[in-house]
Write a protein that binds this ligand. Structure first.
Ligand SMILES: *Cc1c(COP(=O)(O)O)cnc(C)c1O
Length: 362
C-alpha cells in the first residue's frame, strides 16, 4: 500500500514541500491592475489577419527548433547589435530559470544576486536550481547602493547578478554609472543580466552596450508590450556565451502559435509602440493626480506601473478590492516597501476608477 504523505516525504525536496504555489488571484469581474498588462488589444482588422495566419500554423508538427525567422525579426526590429544573437523563452520567466540552471554548478554552491526588492522570480529560480540567493538592499529612494553591491560582489563572487532596468516592483531606472560599475566589477567571474521587461516604456536600454561587455546579457519580453498571453521572452548576448544557455533550453520551448503570433506582432510593432506611448502619457497624468493627494508619495516610474506609498496600504487595498479593482500590496515584500502599493497604468477610464477608489480610501 502506498501512503501518499510518505511518498511525498520520500521523494519531494524539503524546500519544495515547505514552499507555496505562486499565487495568482482570480480576476474575473475585477479591473485588473496588478500584473502590468497592456489594457489594449490589437485592432480588429489585425486580429482578423492574425486569425488567418494562426489557422495556417502547422499544429501536427513540432516547431522548427531553430526559430530562425522569429529570431531574425527580433534582432532586426528590436535593436540587437550586429553579430549578436538571441535565444527564446516561454516568457522571460523561463529564461531566468534557464540562466539559473546553467550557472548552478555542482562542485560548489553558486550565488545568484540581485538588488532587493527585486522581481520575485530571480529568487525562486535560484532556489529551485540549487543556488544561494543574495539580495542587496536598495537605498530608501530605490536607487542602487553601489558600495554595498560592490562589497557583496567581492564577498560572494556571484555567478550571476540580475538588474531589472527599470526595476519591478519599484519602477525606477538605476543610475547607468552604477550599473556599469557592477558589470565591470563582475569582469570574467560573473554574468550581469539586465532585465529589460519594461523597455518599451523606458525607451532606454543596455542592448547597444553588449559589444562593450562580454559578460553582459540583455533579457526582454513581449509580455508588457501587449502580448502577455503568448509567453515570449528573449535573451541577447555574445554568441559564444548564449550557446551555453541554449544547451539547457528545452528544444521546443516556444510553441508554433506563439511563434506565428510573435512574428505577426513584430510586423506590426508600430501599433504596439503606439499603445506604449499612450500608456506613457497616461502614466504621467496618473502620477500627477496621485502626487496631488494628501499623504501619498509617488515614486518615479519608467515602466507601465506606478509604485506609491499611502498612509495605510491594507486599508487602501481593501477599499479597492471592494470597488472591484485589483492592485498589488507591496507592504510585506520588503521593509523599504512599507505601505507601498503598485498599480498598472491602464486606459483613462480604468485609471480614473482606480483614482477615485484610492481617494475614497484615504
Ligand atoms: C513581468 C516581468 C518579467 C516576466 O516576464 P514574462 O516574459 O511574462 O515571463 C521579467 N522580469 C521583470 C522585471 C518583470 O516585471
Amino acid at each position: 500500500m502506498t501512503d501518499i504523505d510518505t511518498l511525498i516525504a520520500n521523494t519531494i525536496r524539503e524546500d519544495v514541500r515547505a514552499g507555496h504555489i505562486y499565487n495568482v488571484p482570480d480576476a474575473s469581474g475585477y479591473i485588473k491592475l496588478d500584473a502590468m498588462e497592456n489594457p489594449y488589444e490589437l485592432p480588429e482588422h489585425l486580429r482578423q489577419e492574425l486569425a488567418t495566419r494562426l489557422a495556417e500554423a502547422v499544429l501536427n508538427r513540432y516547431p522548427v527548433a531553430s526559430y530562425t525567422t522569429l529570431k531574425q525579426k527580433i534582432c532586426a526590429n528590436l535593436g540587437v547589435p550586429q553579430s549578436y544573437d538571441v535565444i527564446l523563452g516561454n516568457g522571460s520567466d523561463e529564461i531566468i530559470s534557464i540562466i539559473a540552471t546553467a550557472t548552478a554548478r555542482q562542485d560548489k554552491r553558486a550565488v545568484l544576486m540581485a538588488p532587493s526588492p527585486a522581481f520575485v522570480m530571480f529568487q525562486r529560480s535560484a532556489q529551485f536550481a540549487g543556488m544561494d540567493y543574495v539580495g542587496v538592499p536598495l537605498k530608501a529612494d530605490f536607487s542602487l547602493d553601489r558600495a554595498a553591491m560592490l562589497a557583496a560582489i567581492e564577498k560572494h563572487k556571484p555567478a550571476v547578478v540580475f538588474l531589472a532596468y527599470p526595476n519591478n516592483p519599484t519602477g525606477n531606472l538605476y543610475d547607468e554609472a552604477d550599473m556599469v560599475a557592477i558589470i565591470e566589477a563582475l569582469g570574467d567571474t560573473g554574468i550581469a543580466v539586465v532585465d529589460e521587461a519594461y523597455q518599451p516604456f523606458a525607451r532606454t536600454s543596455f542592448m547597444e552596450r553588449l559589444p562593450q561587455y562580454p559578460n553582459l546579457m540583455v533579457m526582454r519580453t513581449l509580455s508588457k508590450l501587449g502580448l502577455a498571453g503568448i509567453r515570449l521572452g528573449y535573451l541577447a548576448a555574445a554568441p559564444a556565451l548564449l550557446q551555453q544557455f541554449d544547451k539547457v533550453r528545452p528544444p521546443y520551448n516556444v510553441n508554433v502559435l506563439t511563434q506565428v503570433a510573435a512574428e505577426f506582432a513584430l510586423d506590426h510593432i508600430d501599433v504596439l509602440n503606439e499603445q506604449a506611448a499612450q500608456l506613457n502619457q497616461a502614466r504621467g497624468e496618473l502620477a500627477s493626480a496621485l502626487a496631488a493627494l494628501p499623504g501619498v508619495t509617488v515614486f518615479p516610474s519608467s515602466a507601465n506601473f506606478i509604485t506609491l506609498r499611502v498612509p495605510d496600504a491594507e486599508r487602501t487595498c481593501a477599499k479597492l478590492f471592494a470597488e472591484r479593482v485589483l492592485i498589488k500590496n507591496l507592504s510585506k515584500m520588503h521593509e523599504l516597501l512599507a505601505n507601498c502599493i503598485r498599480v498598472t497604468v491602464s486606459t483613462p477610464e480604468e485609471n480614473s476608477v482606480f483614482l477615485n477608489a484610492l481617494k475614497a480610501s484615504l
